[in-house]
Design a protein around this ligand. Sequence first.
Ligand code: ZN
Ligand code: ZN
Length: 358
Amino acid sequence: MQERVNKLRELFSGEGIDAFLVTSPENRFYLTGFTGSSGSVLITDREIFLITDFRYDEQAKKQCPHCTVVMAREGIPEALQELVQNINIRILGCEGEIITYQQYTSLEEKLAAQKIKPLYGFMDSLRAVKDHDEIECIARAVELTDRAFSHVLPFIRDGVTENSLALELEFFMRKNGAEGIAFPFIVASGQRSSLPHGTATEKIISGGDLVTLDFGASLAGYNSDMTRTVVVGKADDQQKKIYSIVLEAQLAGIRAVRPGVAASEVDRAARDVIAGHGYGECFGHSTGHGLGLKIHENPRLSVKDDTELKPGMVVTVEPGIYLPGWGGVRIEDSVLVESHGVRVLSTSEKDRLLVCGL
Ligand code: ZN
Ligand code: ZN
């Protein structure tokens, strides 16, 4: 954790700041290990202050021995005001995309002698490359997701609702160590499977339906994310054809993942396959995204993101084809960029369109 803070400090001079104020839960956890729901972190060139309130005082001291825990008796701006009297800070950076206007004006008022500088995505590049501990956590969350998929397969049949499958997945993951779900699960069946983000409903699944399940666990603060599309009862030729194109695109995307490659090139590799089969218009989202403390992180595997992939990045590869009125197919794995290539973390079967409910 100290190493993460040191790397962050190296970025200070480039932005012309003397200290950085962290208010987002993910960045707070990343730098301190503190799991409480309230608190701010002030990183100066020498110290790490974790400012929290009475409810978390004891917990913060236990979880964050490398931090100076400051108990805010009034509010965080007031505590900061007291703190900066003894520290030489001229320019204080803050998370521009997180801080509210109210918090910002309050800081400006209390820290009249300091300049408050909002920075955007300041920690994103740091967070994009995962360290060993983070990779372990994500791998554990991915493994649980694979197990949950095996568990839910026998439940997918004619007559069950999408919601019941979403709940079955959640129940299994919570019972097996997940602290929560990574996001509201997508269980989109039949014609609804053409909705890329069709969260589960009370719709009853029928024979012949494609069912797209997109789900993940939250474990030790980290998320997993996987999609599989299956069919109930029997697959028709069109379903098999669309599935094989999406699989071909997904495998091409995974093959393109290696250090030094631009994120946009992975997107192109997958997109070209789908376009080559004439379905370019039916794949309207990006090919993937970084994964970690948040479900969507940098880099984005999209046409617009030329970030160079580096060892330690964990990204998803998830192309899809969506045909309104018919349905859709998406296949998503979480993959790790390694020094010589790629390691696919998700292990759930995907080689063919699985038929369920027989
Ligand atoms: Zn997903
Ligand atoms: Zn995803």
